[in-house]
Write a protein that binds this ligand. Sequence first.
Ligand SMILES: *[C@@H]1O[C@H](CO)[C@@H](O)[C@H](O)[C@H]1NC(C)=O
Ligand SMILES: *[C@@H]1O[C@H](CO)[C@@H](O)[C@H](O)[C@H]1NC(C)=O
Ligand SMILES: *[C@@H]1O[C@H](CO)[C@@H](O)[C@H](O)[C@H]1NC(C)=O
Ligand SMILES: *[C@@H]1O[C@H](CO)[C@@H](O)[C@H](O)[C@H]1NC(C)=O
Ligand SMILES: *[C@@H]1O[C@H](CO)[C@@H](O)[C@H](O)[C@H]1NC(C)=O
Length: 519
Amino acid sequence: MEAVMARINLVLVLCVAAAALMASFVAAAGEGAAATAKELRRGFSVTHDQSYSQFQPVLSDPTGAFALGFLRVDTTMLDLAVLHLPSAFPLWRAIPDRPAPWSAAASLSFDGGLVLTDHAVNKVLWSTAAASASAGDRVLLLNTSNLQIQSASGSSADVVWQSFDYPSETIVQGQNFTSAAALYTFDRRFAMRLGSNYFGLYIEPPPPSSSGVAAAMYFKHTALEAKAQIVAGGGPTYARVEPDGFLAMYQKEGPPADVLSFDTFNRGVRAFRRMTLEPDGNLRAYYWDGTRWALDYTAITEPCELPTTCGAYSVCRAQPSGRCECLANATDGSGCATAAAPAASVGGSLCGTTGGEVGGLYRAVRRQGVEPVNKELLGFERAASAADCEARCERNCSCWGAVYSNGTGYCYLMDYPAQLLVEGDERKVGYFKVRSLEDEAAARGRSGASRVKAVLLAVGVAAVVGAAAFGAYKVWDSRRRTAVDARRQMGDVDDGLSPGPYKNLGSFSSVELTNSFRR
Ligand SMILES: *[C@@H]1O[C@H](CO)[C@@H](O)[C@H](O)[C@H]1NC(C)=O
Ligand SMILES: *[C@@H]1O[C@H](CO)[C@@H](O)[C@H](O)[C@H]1NC(C)=O
Ligand SMILES: *[C@@H]1O[C@H](CO)[C@@H](O)[C@H](O)[C@H]1NC(C)=O
Ligand SMILES: *[C@@H]1O[C@H](CO)[C@@H](O)[C@H](O)[C@H]1NC(C)=O
Ligand SMILES: *[C@@H]1O[C@H](CO)[C@@H](O)[C@H](O)[C@H]1NC(C)=O
């Protein structure tokens, strides 16, 4: 009898404790919600507070799933971002042209438009003013993660500016992606753009645009137009991630002109979805399953079709998949761009004349048995012979390579430095203009052209940097997974905050978020 009473007491105590805990949690949440800025009015200003380790929230959406705030990026830099709080994933970033360090005396203010200012140098880092014609009256973060500036004209609220029109590398469910916007990886090496009836992934030319390098398309998805036609003059097309698990292409609302289905297509999975152009150049879709981003779609599944697998001036082998070889023999292990074959070299500018607009030294490398993996996306001409094909490229200032197929008589011309090459049959003959670091040094010494340097940096080093970035990303990704797993084992994921890609996320907790909204 006494034992039973003791047990009942214990249960009672536990119940009371649990209730108290729950009450305090609810109270904390309620307090947080009450103190949270849900709307910014004219005259609003907030100063960046460095005591936040990763993210200082400023404005939250009605559900508390998203927040706009100061985000620490690349360890040391400051940006404005809309974060998905449970994952700490930035769904949108302002990406100022001149980024400021995290230690900057920055402020975010609203006076018709949002302005991010660095007070140390008294400079506007970023603002919505250039993009919006009229001034707004309030800033809201919608439950879709869309950051809106609205003007209260009469009874209806007009949208003066919205973050959905300026995506960074991610679009979310319900966000219209138009040809007026593009997704860029944060390093701006890769882009996703919408065409009239397709979308494509591109290797971006290095700045400046006069570098004589074009964007290289490495993936194209064309609308099937099964349920709706895309008609010329019928308005711009747009793409949108839909709740049923697909990327739709439309010209007008109604049945889509194209359905690109994800793994969970029509399976009744109702979750928050996003599509992101990732640092490796791949396009992936995810949904938030409550604890992690579940992968739902991957655009490129063949390693050799991904530009970061091998980088510039290399050949990707299908067997074993994803093994890379330099186009010309590497000599010092510093990347394929430095490995121009000296024996086969010819001096001269890209189009055979010295001092031309696109000028700069290159070496010619010829190789049999290679072809562009994206040849379906390249323009081709018919040529009588490999020599004929090569000659067309050699004289052409915007040509970086030509591959002749002796089987079909097609001559593929590449208007970007050799990449995305795979092994082909022996009847394919390639001719490539390769810039080496020595050439660049010499060219710079002679002409002093900074343009050359830009090409060198972007093309030559891209392969190395890309590989390093991808490696780092992988390390981060595996660490993140390990951390999530560890936390899961500790039963520590119920707070809905799983570690994101930022250091010190231990201190980035719901407590910090709640406190930050108190004034
Ligand atoms: C988001 O807000 C809209 C109205 O603005 C509402 O209809 C919808 O249910 C909300 N969604 C969520 C997930 O809260
Ligand atoms: C997307 O575009 C459609 C058609 O123009 C429009 O009705 C809808 O409001 C847009 N959605 C957003 C979030 O802008
Ligand atoms: C690479 O080196 C090997 C042997 O050293 C040689 O046979 C081959 O022709 C070289 N290839 C190129 C493209 O220079
Ligand atoms: C020069 O090469 C580019 C591709 O590299 C091609 O599009 C263009 O038609 C070529 N121009 C001439 C005159 O052959
Ligand atoms: C191309 O094909 C022709 C005729 O079949 C042949 O004579 C020539 O050797 C081939 N050239 C190459 C590079 O394979």
